[in-house]
Design a protein around this ligand. Sequence first.
Ligand SMILES: O=C(O)CCC(=O)C(=O)O
Ligand SMILES: [Fe+2]
Length: 388
Amino acid sequence: MQRRIDQVRNATKVNSCSALKLAAMSTGIAPLPIIDVTPFANNASSNEDNAREKASTVEQLAAACVTHGAFYVKSGGIGNLTREFRKEVFNAAQDFFNLPQDIKNKIPIRSGGFTRGYIGLGAESGSSALEVKEAFSYGYPWSLDVAPTNNLQGPNEWPDTSDLDSTWRKTLETFYAGMVQVAEAVTRALSVALGMDEGYLPSFCAEGETISLMRLFHYFPDKTTDHITGQRSPSDRIGSSPHTDWGFLTLIMQQDGVTGLQIADGEGGWTDVPPIPGTFLVNAGDYLSLLTNGRVVSPLHRVVSSDQERLSMVFFYYPRYDAQIPLLTEDGPAARISLFIDQSQNTPRANDNEKEKEQLAIRAEEISKMAFGDYIFSKWGQVYRGNY
Ligand SMILES: O=C(O)CCC(=O)C(=O)O
Ligand SMILES: [Fe+2]
């Protein structure tokens, strides 16, 4: 089961070392690969060509997981996320953020780990820095009549206004459903890349779409927040604090032509991960990293603020609430990931020494025995900062 990823890891060691050497001389890590996941579409025909294409996808995915844990995916017609539709989604996000502040303030996310609704400036942070963004978080369209059976179920909080046109909500719901399909294709490919049957990881993700989350982000241009953040040093204000994602897979749709998202190069520097039209950026999360004892990297990333406004759509794709996925490997503790940091503290500390690593290995074992949903709920609770 582990053989493929070990083989890839050994094969990529040389490459990643030379990439890092290059990084020291030039500017950060090599561009992330663009991986075509269409061979893993639900309706892909199973012929020889498809088998060959799948093998190529898997090979690239396995390599990407062990080097940076981040890659772009091309998903073709999966989920009907055409170029025109993506534009509509960006327009819908822009329409939401353009609403009067009091309308947005009427649907604030609550404390705790259930996050659906509006997240105003400063309402969440992964550190003591002020994150200069606002966001709208929504998920599966749970009806008001259905009694939640777990902490992450519950209806979406839509803004109550006639300022948005009648198709606005439908656009976002359709987008959510499409992104679930893309994430499912990535999960099938990932399952094979980790040495298992195509259906193994998806078997833990069935119904995960009922607790997964979509977040629309609007990063403010610096000049519009200077009057609020002026007292803070530049390092105390940021778009999104350096962090690893806690979940399983994160899929990000970035606004064309606007940079801001960066991943750590492992040597103290940061590399831009620019938008590539027609793709999504995928990050492996801590939970996936944990399952593989750190072999799949959960990449440290951040969003820097600038004088440019930025929109992004971030989809956190989760296994189902009660999933307990057995550890996929046994050796070695996982590395520095947010999963081991209490982000409700102002100065989060990561695992720096051997003793901490030992404790973390124990924690990894514990978390792998928890329901996924209980774990992720507690993490969302840690970044809530209340109204600014
Ligand atoms: O906005 C982005 O591009 C990424 C945001 C992010 O990393 C996150 O919300 O976890
Ligand atoms: Fe993130």
